[in-house]
Design a protein around this ligand. Structure first.
Ligand code: CA
Ligand code: CA
Ligand code: CA
Length: 285
């Protein structure tokens, strides 16, 4: 057990007169870090076989390449991953529970910080439905690289997933999720439930590539944020303010082309696998 971390724990947890939140610095040894009832911060970058317990309070856990078991406890807890997770992680409740948000990224920028996370079950016990937010939505960590997230095994979790600026593969769970690939050429599966696929108009990269939704189904919707609120379904002529819909038989793909201005270049292209007869009700503006 890491000496420094152990002393920290004793000081913070075993002395009831100290009620401040703690900042834990893990060591290269096997640290057992137990948080207070306040908003604690855990840094476990140094290796070893650690166990991190947040207890109550809105705790933040920082990991950097390895994955140590984390129990966030009560409160709204955040796990920040800043390291190379490209080899792929299978995550179950013995590894991660009681955490409501996962932020991945790379700071400083590194070409090797890719994230391949597969959740083999929900991260909470019991029948209640909880929300898990996953993304790089934080200016500090916006330099995220490719992410592959598979939450298809989750049946009691509503996912709010944001991809990276690169080409991602995102699989939602069995309930109604909100999924956003961000820029890059992303491949997105909603899974079960009435999912919302989100596209943001201020994302200039979206003009240069397109996302593909693999399992769009009745009840799913496409949310177009920042493309105007009066878009209409139109003929495929690039007219301003239209969503043109075309079925490409050869690739069995429905191609949506969104034009917001008079230039011939579309502002957004979305591919849906299969042939879909869409109406305006399939969209949210
Ligand atoms: Ca705590
Ligand atoms: Ca992306
Ligand atoms: Ca879903």
């Amino acid at each position: 057990m890491g000496k420094h971390a152990r002393e920290f724990r004793r000081m913070v947890v075993e002395d009831p007169s100290i009620r401040l939140a703690a900042v834990f610095e893990g060591t290269s040894g096997d640290d057992r870090l137990i948080g207070t009832a306040k908003a604690d911060t855990f840094h476990a970058y140094e290796g070893g076989s650690d166990r991190l317990t947040g207890n109550a309070g809105n705790d933040t856990f920082h990991l950097g390449g390895a994955f140590d078991p984390i129990d966030g406890g009560d409160g709204r807890d955040i796990l920040r991953l800043n390291g190379d997770y490209s080899a792929g992680l299978l995550i179950d409740r013995t590894m991660l529970t009681g955490v409501e948000r996962i932020i991945y990224g790379s700071f400083p920028a590194s070409p090797r910080h890719d994230y391949a996370l597969t959740f083999t079950e929900d991260l909470h016990d019991g029948a209640t439905v909880q929300t898990l937010t996953i993304g790089s939505g934080d200016h500090w960590y916006e330099l995220a690289n490719e992410v592959t997230i598979d939450a298809s095994a989750m049946t009691r979790t509503r996912l709010d997933i944001e991809g990276s600026i690169k080409d991602d593969v995102i699989r939602g769970g069995q309930l109604a999720d909100r999924l956003a690939g961000d820029s890059g050429a992303d491949v997105i599966y909603g899974g079960g439930g009435r999912d919302i696929f989100e596209f943001r108009g201020y994302d200039a990269e979206a003009r240069r590539s397109f996302d593909t939704i693999m399992d769009f189904a009745r009840g799913d919707r496409i949310e177009l944020m920042g493309y105007g609120t009066d878009l209409r379904l139109g003929a495929p002529d690039g007219e301003a303010g239209t969503i043109d819909i075309r079925y490409a038989r050869r690739s069995d793909t429905t191609i949506l082309t969104i034009s917001t201005d008079e230039t011939p270049r579309p502002e957004l292209i979305i591919h849906l696998a299969g042939n879909h007869d869409l109406t305006i009700d399939d969209f949210i503006f």
